[in-house]
Design a protein. Structure first.
Length: 459
C-alpha cells in the first residue's frame, strides 16, 4: 500500500525516525555543540546568518577539500550543500587556489579596475549573449541593481515578482517569500506580504505578486496597473521551493507580456546561471531577458555578483542615469577567482560530467521511491537537483506549501548521519554537484536516500 503524507501512521513513523536521527546527530557533534554555546556570547543568535540556525543544532565546519567538507568533530561529509549553490568548483580547486594566491601577492584591493574584470565580462557576454556587465558582491546586490535599473530605465515605480521566490534581502523583493496562510491571500490574487520586519509598507506596496507558471495572472496584473510597472524579476526555474521548472511556453509568454507593456524582464540566475548550463536558463531555454543577475558559483567561493544586460538598458549605467557603485565591485581577488572558475573549471567537460552524475542520482533515487512506494519524485537540472516529497509535480509555491516538511527533515538527517551534507531546511533547498564530485559521491547520496526510504516504508 502506498504511503501518503496525510496518513497518520506515516506521520507517526516520521516523528519517531526524526527523534532517533536527531539523537544520533547530536551524539556525533559535541565540538559543534560547544562552539554553539561559545558563539552565542559574541555572535547574534550564535551564527553569521539566520539561515545557519538549524534543527537540532548548527553544524560548524573546519575545512573542505575537493568534494568533501569536515566539521569541528572531524567528521567527513560529501558536500552537496555547496554553500547554498556557490561552490560549483568544489573546495580548494587547484585552479582557483593558484589564481587567488598569485593575485594576493600583487595587492588585494584598489577600488580601481584590473584586467581580469574585462576578461570575466567578455566571457559572460559570450556565454549569456548580453553585451555589457557590471560587478557587485552578492546576489542581493545584483537583484537590487536590477530593480533599480528597471525603474531608472522606464521611469516607473512598481515591479512584479513571483510568489514564494527569493531574490535577496533588500526591501523591494522581501515580499511574499516564505509566507503562509492566511496572510498570502487568495490564489487568484496573492497579497504582497512583507517577509520579515523592518520593511516599510510604502515600498512593499510597490511590489506586485503573481503565481509562477501563470501567464494569465501576469497579464491581468499589467492590465490592472497599466503604465506603472517598470518590470518583472523572476527566477526562470524557481529554486526557492525545491525546484519548479517552467511549463512549456511559459517563459516566452512572460517575455511577450512584459515587452508588450513597455516593461523590462530581469532573470534572477543567481542559482541557475552557471549551474544549469554554461549560459544558464537564458541560453538553454532560448528566452531573451533584458537583464540577467548572477552570483554564487560565479565567484568560485569568493563573494561575487554580476548584472548583465542589453546595450540599451546598460546604457543607463554607462551614461550615469543609474549610479551602479560599490567600493568592492570588481575586487581583484574576486575577479581572479571568477576568471579561473569560468575558463579553467566550469568547462564543457564538467557540464558533461554533471549530466552523468545527475543521471546516477536521479535514477537511483527514483528506483528507491518506486521500490518503497513513498510519495516523492526527483527534479533535477544541470548541477542542481532535489527530492520533492509529493507524488505529483509541483507547479507553484502554493502547491509546495502543502508538502509535509517532516519528510525532507527526516531525509536531511539520514543524509547527514550517513556522511552527506545537504542544506538545512531541505524542503526548500537543492543539492549541488561540483566539478570535483565523482561516482562514489553520487552513490553515497543514493545509498543514504535508499536507507531513508526503506526506514519510512518498513515501519
Amino acid at each position: 500500500m502506498a504511503l501518503t503524507a496525510d496518513d497518520q501512521t506515516t506521520q507517526t513513523c516520521l516523528d519517531e525516525l526524526i527523534t532517533e536521527q536527531e539523537r544520533r546527530f547530536l551524539q556525533r557533534q559535541p565540538a559543534s555543540a560547544r562552539m554553539v554555546e561559545r558563539a552565542r556570547r559574541s555572535l547574534a543568535g550564535g551564527v553569521t546568518s539566520n539561515w545557519q540556525i538549524a534543527r537540532p543544532q548548527t553544524v560548524w565546519i573546519s575545512h573542505g577539500a575537493g568534494s568533501k567538507i569536515y566539521d569541528l568533530d572531524g567528521k567527513e561529509y560529501v558536500d552537496f550543500h555547496g554553500g547554498y549553490g556557490a561552490m560549483a568548483v568544489g573546495h580548494a580547486h587547484p585552479a582557483v587556489v593558484e589564481a587567488v594566491s598569485t593575485r594576493i601577492g600583487k595587492g588585494s584591493h584598489f577600488a580601481q579596475p584590473t584586467e581580469d574584470a574585462t576578461l570575466v565580462a567578455e566571457e559572460l557576454a559570450r556565454r549569456f549573449g548580453l553585451p555589457l556587465w557590471r560587478f557587485c558582491n552578492s546576489g542581493t546586490e545584483a537583484t537590487m541593481d536590477a530593480v533599480h535599473l528597471m525603474r531608472a530605465a522606464t521611469g516607473r515605480t512598481k515591479i512584479v515578482k513571483v510568489e514564494g521566490a527569493y531574490h535577496g534581502h533588500h526591501d523591494s523583493v522581501m515580499v511574499s517569500v516564505a509566507d503562509g496562510y492566511p496572510e498570502i491571500g487568495p490564489a487568484e490574487r496573492p497579497e504582497s506580504v512583507a517577509s520579515g520586519s523592518g520593511l516599510p509598507d510604502e515600498i512593499i506596496d510597490l511590489t506586485l505578486v503573481v503565481p509562477f507558471n501563470d501567464a494569465a495572472a501576469l497579464e491581468r496584473t499589467f492590465d490592472e496597473h497599466h503604465g506603472t510597472i517598470a518590470g518583472v524579476i523572476m527566477e526562470p526555474v524557481m529554486m526557492n521551493a525545491g525546484i519548479i521548472p517552467p511549463q512549456p511556453d511559459y517563459l516566452a509568454k512572460v517575455e511577450r507580456i512584459v515587452h508588450n507593456n513597455g516593461a523590462l524582464l530581469a532573470f534572477d540566475e543567481v542559482k541557475t546561471g552557471l549551474t544549469v548550463a554554461p549560459g544558464g536558463v537564458t541560453v538553454s531555454m532560448g528566452v531573451s531577458p533584458d537583464i540577467v543577475t548572477l552570483a554564487k558559483s560565479l565567484g568560485g567561493g569568493l563573494p561575487c555578483g554580476a548584472i548583465g544586460g542589453t546595450a540599451e538598458i546598460m546604457g543607463c549605467i554607462a551614461d550615469g542615469r543609474y549610479e551602479q557603485v560599490g567600493t568592492f565591485n570588481g575586487n581583484p581577488l574576486t575577479m581572479a577567482s571568477a576568471l579561473a572558475t569560468l575558463t579553467e573549471v566550469l568547462t564543457e567537460d564538467v557540464y558533461r560530467r554533471w549530466d552523468d552524475l545527475r543521471s546516477l542520482m536521479v535514477e537511483g533515487c527514483e528506483g528507491a521511491i518506486d521500490q518503497c512506494d513513498i510519495p516523492a519524485h526527483v527534479v533535477a537540472i544541470g548541477a542542481k537537483g532535489c527530492v520533492t516529497f509529493s507524488p505529483t509535480p509541483v507547479t507553484n509555491y502554493r502547491e509546495f506549501l502543502e508538502i509535509d516538511d517532516r519528510f525532507s527533515h527526516c531525509h536531511w538527517l539520514f543524509q547527514h548521519n550517513g556522511g552527506v551534507f545537504l542544506p538545512p531546511w531541505g524542503k526548500a533547498e537543492q543539492w549541488l554537484l561540483s566539478a570535483q564530485h565523482d561516482d562514489d559521491d553520487a552513490g553515497r547520496f543514493v545509498s543514504n536516500f535508499t536507507e531513508f526510504a526503506k526506514a519510512v516504508s518498513d515501519r
